[in-house]
Write a protein that binds this ligand. Structure first.
Ligand code: PLP
Length: 471
């Protein structure tokens, strides 16, 4: 295929997209294929000769969409959404045409300067103080790993990078037990070791207990460990748990720990001033991660890492120790100096397009609607005696169990969950709370309407009745 064929095929792709979106709502949300179904349709050997794009495109249409779970479906209520605004999709398309590697200022001046400006815009949009700069990472997992590596090196005065960890003191990281598994992974990969990740008690409101955090730090110091960092969460993945930030961050400061706040999901909601109380004190954190690819419609990969002192991170993961690591005499930034990967996509374009196309007011309305509709739905379950709300969150997330009288509610909840996802009209995920299965509901895609959200109750109640009749 030649470059001059590209417009023809991108037009084909646009026509396909138009049809895809127009029929999306009729498709089952979760792909209904079985393991191996798609692989069976793919040749085992690569073609020796070039194939026509006609054929490739036809196979795409026939094989791929049916094997996809539709994350932009208006009734995708599973995990956390991975949202794509139309403006973001368009920007991604443009970035894809140029296919630049935005590793250094000179390899992409516009991408670098736009990225810095977008970090500034998003900081303002979320109500963060202007001291934060940062970068767009691919995912929160990368941001968290980078932050944990910075915890390690700051504690070792950047000697671990050269000497390794063998003769260094044993470091300790503290984290809320409600944190995402990416924290555990980061601590393992950083060489600090999982047994040195400590979880202070949580309070009844599921926030980390600051008193116990201090006790643990003192105990560790007493035993010759070196406390290095603290990871707090605003919107834990399972149940949306929220750490109170002010006191733990003060304690961290007192003991010179590097701090990271994981607000991957809930951070997007901070475009609305009325939710900012949920991360009160966040300005005390050294590093903060927010994923606009979850709830603001700036599609994967778009994870913003805000940094109070970017130099500490570039000292840790930057390639050139003697080089000016942040904006220096030459007034340029090489953003890959703050990231683990060298190559970087042009991620800032979709941020620019999305913020401009919807305005902050549009983004606020999006979030407010999702929260409002989710609350309405939660109320319906609350009023139905066959269901029990197992957890609530101030944002668009809650959990419920199926508890009809005279039945085993654990068994009924699991069966209902399976039935919902086999049915296909809606898609949810489950979690466990205190050993009990719980069905999670969250919403947040661009094309979701109030009706889409409320219909979830009708579908679930209908399937619940069927299960009771079958039992
Ligand atoms: C989704 C999520 C993550 C992981 O995000 P990725 O960008 O997929 O790495 C981490 N923490 C929280 C709180 C999340 O909700």
């Amino acid at each position: 295929m030649k470059y001059f064929d590209l417009p023809k095929w991108t037009r084909e792709a646009s026509l396909w997209a138009e049809e895809y979106f127009s029929k999306l709502s009729e498709q089952p949300v979760r792909s209904q294929v079985k393991p191996g179904d798609i692989a069976a349709l793919l040749p085992t050997n690569p073609p020796e000769k070039p194939e026509d794009m006609e054929d490739i495109f036809r196979d795409f249409k026939e094989i791929i969409p049916k094997g996809m779970t539709h994350w932009q479906h208006p009734r995708f209520f599973a995990y956390f959404v991975s949202n794509a605004s139309p403006a973001s999709i368009l920007a991604e398309q443009l970035a894809t045409y140029m296919a630049s590697n935005c590793m250094l200022w000179q390899t992409s001046p516009a991408a670098t300067e736009l990225e810095e400006r977008m970090i500034m815009w998003l900081g303002q949009a979320l109500g963060l103080p202007s001291k934060y700069s940062g970068l767009i990472q691919d995912t929160a997992s990368s941001a968290t790993l980078t932050a944990v590596l910075t915890m390690r090196e700051k504690a070792l005065d950047w000697e671990g990078l050269d000497k390794g960890l063998k003769h260094s003191p044993t470091l300790r990281i503290y984290a809320s037990s409600e944190n995402h598994s990416s924290i555990e992974k980061a601590v393992k990969l950083s060489g600090i070791g999982y047994q040195n990740l400590r979880f202070p008690r949580t309070l009844p409101n599921r926030s980390i207990d600051a008193f116990n955090l201090r006790e643990m730090i003192l105990e560790d110091l007493d035993q010759g460990f070196k406390p290095a960092g603290l990871v707090l969460c605003v919107g834990g993945t399972a149940t949306g748990a929220i750490d109170e930030l002010i006191e733990p961050l003060q304690i961290a400061k007192e003991f010179n720990l590097y701090t990271h706040v994981d607000a991957a999901w809930a951070g997007s909601a901070m475009v609305c001033p009325e939710y900012r109380y949920l991360w009160k004190g966040v300005e005390g954190a050294d590093s903060i991660v927010v994923n606009p690819h979850k709830w603001l419609g700036m599609q994967l990969e778009c994870s913003i890492q805000f940094l109070a002192e970017p130099l500490l991170q570039s000292k840790t993961v930057g390639l050139r120790p003697d080089y000016l690591r942040t904006k220096g005499e030459d007034q340029i930034s090489n953003l890959s100096e703050m990231a683990i990967t060298l190559g970087r996509r042009f991620r800032a374009l979709k941020v620019w397009f999305t913020i401009r196309a919807y305005g902050l007011s549009g983004l606020r309305e999006l979030i407010r609607n999702h929260v409002k509709w989710c609350n309405e739905l939660e109320k319906k379950f609350c009023l139905d005696p066959e269901f029990e709300i197992s957890f609530s969150s101030p944002l668009a997330l809650f959990g419920f169990r199926f508890t009809p009288e005279g039945f085993n509610s654990e068994e009924m909840t699991i069966r209902l969950f399976e039935k919902i996802n086999d049915d296909g009209r809606i898609y949810l995920t489950q979690t466990k709370i205190d050993g009990k299965s719980t069905i999670r509901f969250t919403c947040g895609t661009y094309i979701t309407t109030r009706e889409d959200v409320l219909i979830a109750y009708d579908v679930i109640a209908e399937l619940g009745k069927q299960i009771k009749n079958e039992t």
